[in-house]
Write a protein that binds this ligand. Sequence first.
Ligand code: M3L
Length: 287
Amino acid sequence: MHLVLHEEEGAGAAGLILGHPLDTVKVRLQTQNVYRGIVDCVIKTYQRESVLGFFKGMSFPICSVAVVNSVLFGTYSNSLLLLSSTSHQDRKAQPPNYGHIFVAGSIAGFVQAYCLAPFDLIKVRLQNQTEPRARPGVAPSHYRGPLHCARTILREEGPRGLFRGAWALVLRDTPSLGLYFLTYEGLSWWLTSDGKERGSATMLVAGGFAGIISWVVATPLDVVKARMQMDGLKQQEYRGLLDCMVSSARQEGPGVFFRGLTLNSARAFPVNAVTFFSYEHLLRFLS
Ligand SMILES: C[N+](C)(C)CCCC[C@H](N)C(=O)O
Protein backbone atom coordinates (compact mmCIF):
# COMPACT_ATOMS: atom_id res chain seq x y z
CA MET A 1 0.00 0.00 0.00
CA HIS A 2 2.76 2.40 0.86
CA LEU A 3 4.45 1.77 -2.43
CA VAL A 4 1.30 2.66 -4.33
CA LEU A 5 0.82 5.83 -2.32
CA HIS A 6 4.37 6.84 -3.09
CA GLU A 7 3.87 6.16 -6.76
CA GLU A 8 0.79 8.35 -6.88
CA GLU A 9 2.60 11.07 -5.05
CA GLY A 10 5.53 10.64 -7.39
CA ALA A 11 3.24 11.12 -10.38
CA GLY A 12 1.92 14.35 -8.90
CA ALA A 13 5.41 15.61 -8.22
CA ALA A 14 6.55 14.67 -11.73
CA GLY A 15 3.73 16.73 -13.25
CA LEU A 16 4.73 19.63 -11.06
CA ILE A 17 8.41 19.46 -12.03
CA LEU A 18 7.53 19.43 -15.72
CA GLY A 19 5.19 22.38 -15.28
CA HIS A 20 7.46 24.50 -13.10
CA PRO A 21 9.56 26.18 -15.85
CA LEU A 22 6.31 27.39 -17.49
CA ASP A 23 5.16 28.67 -14.11
CA THR A 24 8.38 30.60 -13.53
CA VAL A 25 8.17 32.34 -16.91
CA LYS A 26 4.52 33.15 -16.21
CA VAL A 27 5.23 34.68 -12.80
CA ARG A 28 8.00 36.83 -14.27
CA LEU A 29 5.81 38.06 -17.12
CA GLN A 30 3.00 38.90 -14.71
CA THR A 31 5.08 40.90 -12.25
CA GLN A 32 8.08 42.35 -14.11
CA ASN A 33 7.72 44.73 -17.00
CA VAL A 34 11.13 44.06 -18.52
CA TYR A 35 10.22 41.28 -20.94
CA ARG A 36 8.73 41.62 -24.40
CA GLY A 37 7.02 38.24 -24.28
CA ILE A 38 7.42 34.55 -23.51
CA VAL A 39 10.38 33.96 -25.86
CA ASP A 40 12.23 37.05 -24.64
CA CYS A 41 11.75 35.98 -21.03
CA VAL A 42 12.96 32.45 -21.76
CA ILE A 43 16.09 33.73 -23.55
CA LYS A 44 16.96 36.28 -20.85
CA THR A 45 16.41 33.79 -18.05
CA TYR A 46 18.54 31.16 -19.77
CA GLN A 47 21.37 33.56 -20.57
CA ARG A 48 21.60 34.98 -17.08
CA GLU A 49 20.67 32.05 -14.89
CA SER A 50 21.08 28.91 -17.07
CA VAL A 51 18.47 26.13 -17.01
CA LEU A 52 18.47 26.28 -13.21
CA GLY A 53 16.78 29.69 -13.36
CA PHE A 54 13.56 28.04 -14.51
CA PHE A 55 13.50 25.79 -11.46
CA LYS A 56 13.80 28.49 -8.82
CA GLY A 57 11.24 28.19 -6.04
CA MET A 58 10.34 24.59 -6.86
CA SER A 59 11.18 22.81 -3.62
CA PHE A 60 8.32 24.19 -1.51
CA PRO A 61 5.59 23.34 -4.03
CA ILE A 62 6.96 19.79 -4.28
CA CYS A 63 6.98 19.36 -0.52
CA SER A 64 3.57 20.94 -0.05
CA VAL A 65 1.67 19.55 -3.04
CA ALA A 66 0.62 16.38 -1.18
CA VAL A 67 -0.70 18.39 1.78
CA VAL A 68 -2.42 21.07 -0.31
CA ASN A 69 -4.04 18.51 -2.61
CA SER A 70 -5.19 16.39 0.34
CA VAL A 71 -6.87 19.46 1.82
CA LEU A 72 -8.42 20.29 -1.57
CA PHE A 73 -9.69 16.83 -2.45
CA GLY A 74 -10.53 15.93 1.15
CA THR A 75 -12.64 19.07 1.67
CA TYR A 76 -14.27 18.56 -1.72
CA SER A 77 -15.38 14.99 -1.14
CA ASN A 78 -16.52 15.64 2.43
CA SER A 79 -18.49 18.74 1.41
CA LEU A 80 -20.07 16.84 -1.43
CA LEU A 81 -20.97 14.03 0.93
CA LEU A 82 -22.65 16.50 3.29
CA LEU A 83 -24.50 18.27 0.49
CA SER A 84 -25.72 15.26 -1.44
CA SER A 85 -25.55 12.55 1.22
CA THR A 86 -24.48 9.92 -1.28
CA SER A 87 -21.11 8.20 -1.15
CA HIS A 88 -18.57 8.21 -3.95
CA GLN A 89 -19.70 4.69 -4.92
CA ASP A 90 -23.43 5.53 -5.07
CA ARG A 91 -22.82 8.66 -7.10
CA LYS A 92 -21.46 6.62 -9.99
CA ALA A 93 -24.91 5.22 -10.67
CA GLN A 94 -26.76 8.52 -11.03
CA PRO A 95 -26.06 11.75 -12.90
CA PRO A 96 -24.10 14.19 -10.74
CA ASN A 97 -25.81 17.18 -9.17
CA TYR A 98 -23.83 20.03 -10.68
CA GLY A 99 -24.99 22.60 -8.15
CA HIS A 100 -23.64 20.47 -5.31
CA ILE A 101 -20.40 19.86 -7.17
CA PHE A 102 -19.83 23.56 -7.78
CA VAL A 103 -20.53 24.49 -4.16
CA ALA A 104 -18.36 21.67 -2.77
CA GLY A 105 -15.52 22.64 -5.14
CA SER A 106 -15.80 26.29 -4.12
CA ILE A 107 -15.71 25.43 -0.42
CA ALA A 108 -12.65 23.26 -1.06
CA GLY A 109 -11.03 26.08 -3.06
CA PHE A 110 -11.61 28.53 -0.22
CA VAL A 111 -10.06 26.24 2.39
CA GLN A 112 -7.04 25.17 0.31
CA ALA A 113 -6.23 28.78 -0.63
CA TYR A 114 -5.42 29.51 3.00
CA CYS A 115 -3.09 26.50 3.24
CA LEU A 116 -1.49 27.36 -0.07
CA ALA A 117 -0.99 31.09 0.57
CA PRO A 118 2.38 31.11 2.43
CA PHE A 119 3.88 28.38 0.22
CA ASP A 120 2.75 30.19 -2.90
CA LEU A 121 4.11 33.51 -1.68
CA ILE A 122 7.56 32.02 -1.10
CA LYS A 123 7.47 30.32 -4.50
CA VAL A 124 6.65 33.59 -6.25
CA ARG A 125 9.32 35.57 -4.37
CA LEU A 126 12.01 33.00 -5.24
CA GLN A 127 10.90 32.74 -8.87
CA ASN A 128 11.28 36.47 -9.24
CA GLN A 129 14.91 36.56 -8.19
CA THR A 130 16.80 36.94 -11.44
CA GLU A 131 20.34 36.89 -10.04
CA PRO A 132 22.57 34.06 -11.23
CA ARG A 133 23.56 31.43 -8.67
CA ALA A 134 25.68 32.80 -5.84
CA ARG A 135 29.40 32.53 -6.53
CA PRO A 136 32.35 33.86 -4.53
CA GLY A 137 32.68 37.55 -5.30
CA VAL A 138 29.04 37.87 -6.46
CA ALA A 139 26.54 39.30 -3.98
CA PRO A 140 24.02 36.62 -2.91
CA SER A 141 20.31 37.02 -3.71
CA HIS A 142 18.00 38.59 -1.16
CA TYR A 143 16.57 35.17 -0.32
CA ARG A 144 18.97 32.22 -0.19
CA GLY A 145 16.34 29.45 -0.24
CA PRO A 146 12.77 28.73 0.86
CA LEU A 147 13.42 28.65 4.61
CA HIS A 148 15.68 31.68 4.50
CA CYS A 149 12.96 33.40 2.46
CA ALA A 150 10.31 32.55 5.10
CA ARG A 151 12.55 33.82 7.92
CA THR A 152 13.41 37.01 6.04
CA ILE A 153 9.75 37.78 5.30
CA LEU A 154 8.91 37.19 8.98
CA ARG A 155 11.67 39.56 10.02
CA GLU A 156 11.10 42.27 7.43
CA GLU A 157 7.32 42.18 7.06
CA GLY A 158 6.04 40.37 10.17
CA PRO A 159 3.82 37.26 10.33
CA ARG A 160 1.13 38.93 8.24
CA GLY A 161 3.71 39.32 5.50
CA LEU A 162 3.50 35.59 4.88
CA PHE A 163 -0.16 36.03 3.93
CA ARG A 164 0.41 38.87 1.50
CA GLY A 165 -1.86 38.37 -1.50
CA ALA A 166 -3.86 35.71 0.36
CA TRP A 167 -7.14 37.50 -0.27
CA ALA A 168 -6.51 37.63 -3.98
CA LEU A 169 -5.62 33.94 -3.84
CA VAL A 170 -8.87 33.10 -2.03
CA LEU A 171 -10.85 35.10 -4.59
CA ARG A 172 -8.95 33.39 -7.41
CA ASP A 173 -9.50 29.88 -6.11
CA THR A 174 -13.01 29.87 -4.65
CA PRO A 175 -15.11 30.07 -7.82
CA SER A 176 -12.46 28.66 -10.14
CA LEU A 177 -12.10 25.44 -8.16
CA GLY A 178 -15.89 25.10 -8.19
CA LEU A 179 -15.62 25.28 -11.96
CA TYR A 180 -12.66 22.90 -11.89
CA PHE A 181 -14.63 20.07 -10.27
CA LEU A 182 -17.73 20.90 -12.29
CA THR A 183 -15.82 20.55 -15.56
CA TYR A 184 -14.14 17.37 -14.40
CA GLU A 185 -17.32 15.65 -13.27
CA GLY A 186 -19.34 16.91 -16.25
CA LEU A 187 -16.80 15.81 -18.85
CA SER A 188 -16.21 12.47 -17.16
CA TRP A 189 -19.92 11.76 -17.07
CA TRP A 190 -20.22 12.71 -20.71
CA LEU A 191 -17.24 10.59 -21.80
CA THR A 192 -18.25 7.46 -19.88
CA SER A 193 -20.96 5.22 -21.32
CA ASP A 194 -23.84 4.25 -19.04
CA GLY A 195 -23.07 1.72 -16.37
CA LYS A 196 -19.35 1.62 -17.20
CA GLU A 197 -16.45 2.42 -14.85
CA ARG A 198 -14.65 5.68 -15.54
CA GLY A 199 -11.58 4.80 -17.65
CA SER A 200 -8.04 6.11 -17.26
CA ALA A 201 -8.13 8.02 -20.56
CA THR A 202 -11.33 9.75 -19.42
CA MET A 203 -9.68 10.82 -16.16
CA LEU A 204 -6.69 12.25 -18.02
CA VAL A 205 -8.71 14.12 -20.64
CA ALA A 206 -11.37 15.43 -18.21
CA GLY A 207 -8.66 16.40 -15.69
CA GLY A 208 -6.65 18.21 -18.36
CA PHE A 209 -9.64 20.23 -19.57
CA ALA A 210 -10.77 20.98 -16.01
CA GLY A 211 -7.30 22.44 -15.46
CA ILE A 212 -7.39 24.57 -18.61
CA ILE A 213 -10.90 25.94 -18.09
CA SER A 214 -10.34 26.81 -14.45
CA TRP A 215 -7.02 28.50 -15.20
CA VAL A 216 -8.53 30.58 -18.00
CA VAL A 217 -11.10 31.92 -15.53
CA ALA A 218 -8.52 32.30 -12.76
CA THR A 219 -5.81 34.14 -14.72
CA PRO A 220 -6.95 37.78 -14.14
CA LEU A 221 -6.89 37.26 -10.37
CA ASP A 222 -3.68 35.26 -10.71
CA VAL A 223 -2.00 38.40 -12.07
CA VAL A 224 -3.38 40.52 -9.22
CA LYS A 225 -2.32 37.90 -6.66
CA ALA A 226 1.26 37.73 -7.97
CA ARG A 227 1.55 41.53 -7.93
CA MET A 228 0.22 41.76 -4.37
CA GLN A 229 2.67 39.07 -3.28
CA MET A 230 5.61 41.02 -4.68
CA ASP A 231 4.37 44.24 -3.12
CA GLY A 232 6.28 43.91 0.15
CA LEU A 233 9.58 44.20 -1.68
CA LYS A 234 8.64 47.46 -3.35
CA GLN A 235 7.59 49.29 -0.16
CA GLN A 236 3.82 49.20 -0.58
CA GLU A 237 3.05 50.16 -4.10
CA TYR A 238 -0.62 49.26 -3.81
CA ARG A 239 -3.13 50.24 -1.15
CA GLY A 240 -5.09 47.04 -1.58
CA LEU A 241 -6.52 44.56 -4.02
CA LEU A 242 -8.78 47.04 -5.78
CA ASP A 243 -6.02 49.60 -6.05
CA CYS A 244 -3.75 46.95 -7.56
CA MET A 245 -6.40 46.12 -10.19
CA VAL A 246 -7.15 49.71 -11.06
CA SER A 247 -3.58 50.95 -11.25
CA SER A 248 -2.38 47.91 -13.20
CA ALA A 249 -5.17 48.42 -15.75
CA ARG A 250 -4.54 52.16 -15.93
CA GLN A 251 -0.82 51.87 -16.46
CA GLU A 252 -0.71 48.82 -18.71
CA GLY A 253 -4.19 48.52 -20.23
CA PRO A 254 -6.77 45.78 -19.61
CA GLY A 255 -4.57 43.23 -21.44
CA VAL A 256 -2.51 43.04 -18.27
CA PHE A 257 -5.11 40.70 -16.75
CA PHE A 258 -4.42 38.09 -19.42
CA ARG A 259 -0.69 37.91 -18.89
CA GLY A 260 0.37 34.33 -18.46
CA LEU A 261 -2.86 32.93 -19.94
CA THR A 262 -1.07 30.85 -22.59
CA LEU A 263 1.46 29.49 -20.11
CA ASN A 264 -1.17 28.77 -17.46
CA SER A 265 -3.22 26.81 -19.98
CA ALA A 266 -0.26 24.89 -21.36
CA ARG A 267 0.84 23.90 -17.87
CA ALA A 268 -2.69 23.13 -16.71
CA PHE A 269 -3.38 20.20 -19.04
CA PRO A 270 -0.59 17.79 -18.03
CA VAL A 271 -0.51 18.85 -14.36
CA ASN A 272 -4.23 18.38 -13.79
CA ALA A 273 -4.55 15.28 -15.97
CA VAL A 274 -2.03 13.64 -13.64
CA THR A 275 -3.69 15.11 -10.53
CA PHE A 276 -7.16 13.64 -11.25
CA PHE A 277 -5.71 10.38 -12.50
CA SER A 278 -3.83 9.95 -9.22
CA TYR A 279 -6.83 11.03 -7.15
CA GLU A 280 -9.20 8.55 -8.78
CA HIS A 281 -6.77 5.66 -8.56
CA LEU A 282 -6.05 6.42 -4.92
CA LEU A 283 -9.79 6.50 -4.17
CA ARG A 284 -10.28 3.15 -5.86
CA PHE A 285 -7.34 1.70 -4.07
CA LEU A 286 -8.48 2.89 -0.67
CA SER A 287 -12.19 2.08 -1.01
C1 M3L B 1 -8.17 27.15 -9.50
N1 M3L B 1 -6.91 27.22 -10.20
C2 M3L B 1 -7.19 27.38 -11.61
C3 M3L B 1 -6.22 28.40 -9.77
C4 M3L B 1 -6.08 26.07 -9.91
C5 M3L B 1 -6.67 24.74 -10.31
C6 M3L B 1 -5.67 23.61 -10.38
C7 M3L B 1 -4.74 23.46 -9.27
C8 M3L B 1 -3.53 22.66 -9.62
N2 M3L B 1 -2.83 22.34 -8.40
C9 M3L B 1 -2.61 23.40 -10.56
O1 M3L B 1 -1.57 23.88 -10.11
O2 M3L B 1 -2.88 23.50 -11.75
